[in-house]
Design a protein around this ligand. Structure first.
Ligand code: NAD
Length: 254
């Protein structure tokens, strides 16, 4: 199938990595359903991207919202060939600092959200022999100190990629993860702003990547667009690091 004219559901599309994915896919001529819980930011993003774009405001933690987003793709564009799942939240705390409520919140969005998006989209993805790309993190493969629930959610997301890829391969659906290092998005900027010395932390964030800087969101989006395309037709069951060499280096920040 031609890449142009395919329909892709992008979650977390209002800003950050999801928005960058939407921009790259729109430039490829794809039909887009943009799904986010931030109604105002989603409206702005959709208006700025333009083209064949529909929006659904809701939470990935709700199966009904996920199903509504897939129904929108069917009604507006006749189906769904791909999903780029990016909706996620970052929270901090070690095991004693992490309340049950915070634990539940992070797992509900970062892990259950991915499961529910996949569950809602899979009938269409099977029908079109499509692909679903889950944005995980290097924190699904290693751990930042003091981010227990987030780290666990991302490790579980890597497991979801592995398990779902094995289950769906016979149905013609590819399942792939992407594990970014630090990416310049509202999420990262908010995390840095929490530090007592944001400027110093910002310099450390750049320096801990062997390439000497954080990524632009578009650098993650380009990889996701490739993985969604037929050029990646033999890639499934893998979570690919896009981390500027972060996990390749022993010892972290210089
Ligand atoms: P961001 O906060 O800039 O954007 C996330 C978007 O997801 C927002 O528009 C937000 O409204 C939406 N969202 C959050 N919870 C939602 C929910 N329950 N339902 C629907 N939409 C929801 O974040 P980002 O940096 O673009 O991160 C995107 C993904 O990439 C996340 O899964 C994050 O964990 C992962 N990631 C980010 C970085 C980084 O450094 N920025 C690094 C590694 C992985």
């Amino acid at each position: 199938m031609n890449e142009a004219g395919k329909t892709v559901l992008v979650t977390g599309a209002a800003m950050g990595i999801g928005r960058a994915v939407a921009e790259v896919l729109a430039a490829e001529g794809k039909n887009l359903v943009l799904f986010d819980r931030d109604a105002a930011a989603l409206k702005t993003t959709a208006a700025e991207i333009g083209g064949a774009v529909a929006t659904h405001v809701g939470s990935v933690s709700s199966l009904a919202d996920c199903e509504a987003a897939v129904s929108l793709a069917k009604d507006r564009f006749g189906g769904l060939a791909g999903v780029s799942h990016n909706a996620g939240i970052q929270r901090y705390g070690d095991v004693l600092e992490t309340s049950e409520a915070l634990w539940a919140e992070v797992l509900d969005v970062n892990l259950t959200g991915a499961f529910l998006v996949a569950k809602a989209a899979m009938p269409e993805l099977r029908r079109q022999r499509g692909a679903i790309i889950l944005t995980a993190s290097v924190q699904g493969m290693a751990a930042q100190k003091g981010a227990l629930a987030y780290v666990v959610s991302k490790h579980a997301l890597v497991g979801l990629v592995t398990a779902m890829a094995v289950d769906e391969a016979g149905n013609g659906v590819r399942v792939v993860g992407v594990a970014p290092g630090s990416v310049d998005t509202p999420l990262l900027r908010a995390a840095i702003a929490l530090d007592p010395d944001p400027e110093a932390l910002s310099a450390v964030v750049d320096a801990m990547h062997p390439l000497g800087r954080r990524a632009e969101a578009s650098e993650i989006a380009d990889v996701i667009a490739f993985l969604l395309s037929d050029k990646a037709s033999f890639i499934t069951g893998e979570t690919i690091r896009v981390d500027g060499g972060l996990l390749a280096q022993i010892g972290g920040a210089p």
